[in-house]
Design a protein around this ligand. Structure first.
Ligand SMILES: [Zn+2]
Length: 172
């Protein structure tokens, strides 16, 4: 039993202060902006290990790679699993500027992600509370710590501005 408890303790994701969350979100938003300029929906994500080191980075690559699975979270997750050499992420943290969609939220649950931090919620496609909360669904046999609303306004603005620009371009 003691061994079990010890190993459970080791599997906790890192506690990030509000300031550190904001620092990561600031980086992600500047990456997302660049991705937006390439014609992708401006979303970027990182995976941090239990010590807070970045082991995965991804940005939206759906258009560039013609890949329906090319969401930032999945790209970051795949890189992190390669670095970690494991599919289990109980001690890890994923940070992304927009609330994950059902596909990504499902993947994060399957990956046993310890903690998910996001900026803006997504009332149209969000699957961690925006439309549905898959982390609380009875199919989710895993508890993720979720913290949202980090730089919420900036995170929302970057998405809204991108869609606005896109509409303006298609009208020209
Ligand atoms: Zn997604």
């Amino acid at each position: 039993m003691i061994i079990l408890q010890t190993s459970k303790k080791l599997l906790k994701p890192i506690f990030l202060s509000q300031r550190t969350k904001i620092e990561w979100m600031t980086r992600l938003l500047s990456k997302a902006k660049l991705v937006g300029e390439e014609g992708e929906v401006p979303i970027a994500a990182v995976v941090l290990d239990s010590k807070g080191r970045c082991i995965g980075y991804g940005s939206n690559r759906r258009e560039t790679m013609k890949d329906p699975l090319g969401h930032a979270e999945l790209v970051a997750l795949r890189q992190a699993s390669w670095i970690k050499n494991d599919w289990r992420f109980n001690d890890c943290t994923l940070i992304v500027n927009l609330e994950p969609c059902p596909m990504c939220a499902g993947a994060l649950i399957q990956a046993r992600m310890g903690q998910v931090i996001f900026g803006a919620d997504d009332q149209k496609r969000g699957a961690l509370g925006g439309t549905i909360n898959l982390s609380e669904h009875k199919s989710a046999h895993h508890n993720m710590l979720i913290s949202k609303g980090i730089m919420e306004q900036e995170s929302r603005k970057i998405i809204l501005d991108w869609f606005k620009d896109k509409r303006n371009i298609s009208r020209k």
